[in-house]
Design a protein around this ligand. Structure first.
Ligand code: HPA
Ligand code: ZN
Length: 347
């Protein structure tokens, strides 16, 4: 590498770090760092199957989505009290702010917690408490998206929605949508047609994971049956040219998570990732961290690694950040403010 290109790379990395951006695909349970896992286990008297923080990190050698989910659900068992959810969320917000994330939409999985006897209200209070404090203290903007676990029956998703609805008014400033996560293959969007129809009638925004490990047909299903407003992941859409055209023409946002795709072996090497091709085909692509404590990096790590592996230009990096604000579930005033900030930054 020549001296000039090294300087250029350094400049691009610095540019990425300072770039204002939004994160739209982040599972708050996936931001549980091993250090906090140990701390909460100690605080709550929970036994962990690991001898040390290093042993936890060593176990993060995933072969596919399910091999990750097994550890992710086990790790979440240390989350028990409102304070635990508050601390988890505040730790994420600090990392996000350090990466110049202006706005974050947090996925949370209530079923992972209610099944262990943690009340729905505890989960909401802890997460929302931290988000409100971050807004008051730092102007950090956020929303919450309740995800249904797709490996469980639709009836369980209905019960989860019913259990959360009494809290809707209290958290109207934050809880604005529902999503669909967990093991994709064998659990197509159609399985959740009823509960998504109900959520839409209630006025919630709707999103779903599709086309991460599942085929393009699942992306079609999420669009046609669930009527989602964004596709989470969606990288396998590239296998279906008609779907690609549809996504480009509708500017349907894709919340792509490059380091997640690498760690879960959706791609073998980041240089094989199709993010740049999707972007250059005119799709509304965004960069996100998914489960940063498990996949090796928060927002800026995802941006920097992707920009290096795919030789993204500074214009493309700005396009990715602009897409994140365009795809956010916020007021037009908020969107305008961030788009103006981005414009001034990149001028
Ligand atoms: N896919 C599906 N479910 C998940 C993920 C993911 O990447 N992360 C946390 N739950
Ligand atoms: Zn995800």
């Amino acid at each position: 590498m020549t001296l000039t290109t090294m300087t250029d790379l350094h400049d691009l990395h610095d540019f990425i770090r300072r770039l204002p951006k939004a994160e739209l695909h982040l599972h708050i349970e996936g931001s549980l760092e091993p250090e906090m896992m140990f701390e909460l286990a100690r605080r709550n008297g929970v036994a962990l199957p690991y001898a040390s923080v290093d042993a936890v990190r060593a176990a993060y050698d995933f072969t596919d989505l399910q091999s990750f989910l097994d550890l992710y659900y086990a790790g979440a068992a240390v989350l028990q009290t409102e304070q635990d959810f508050f601390d988890l969320t505040m730790a994420y917000v600090r990392r996000a702010m350090a990466d110049n994330v202006r706005h974050a939409e947090l996925f949370f999985d209530p079923q992972t917690h209610t099944v262990r006897g943690v009340p729905m209200a505890t989960v909401f209070a802890g997460i929302a408490g931290a988000l409100r404090q971050a807004r008051a203290d730092h102007g950090f903007s956020s929303r919450m998206i309740l995800c249904f676990l797709r490996h469980l029956p639709e009836a369980d998703a209905f019960a989860t929605l019913d259990a959360a609805l009494p809290l809707r008014t209290e958290y109207a400033d934050l809880w604005i949508g529902v999503g669909l996560d967990s093991g994709e293959v064998g659990n197509p969007p159609e399985k959740f047609a009823g509960v998504f129809a109900r959520a839409r009638e209630l006025g919630f925004h709707v999103v779903a994971h599709a086309g991460e490990e599942g085929p393009p047909a699942y992306v079609h299903g999420a669009l046609d049956v669930l009527k989602v407003e964004r596709i989470d992941h969606g990288v396998r859409s590239e296998e279906d040219p008609a779907l690609m055209q549809r996504l480009a023409q509708s500017r349907m946002p894709l919340t792509v998570c490059p380091l997640s795709n690498l760690k879960l072996r959706v791609v073998k090497d980041l240089r094989d990732h199709n993010l740049a091709r999707l972007l250059r085909a005119g799709l509304c692509v965004t960069v996100n961290s998914d489960d940063p404590a498990y996949f090796g990096g928060y927002m800026n790590a995802n941006f920097v690694a992707t920009a290096d592996a795919l030789a993204l230009s500074s214009k493309e990096v700005v396009d990715l950040a602009r897409n994140s604000f365009l795809a956010a579930f916020v007021t037009e005033d908020e969107r305008r403010r961030w788009l103006d900030e981005l414009q001034a930054f990149s001028a």
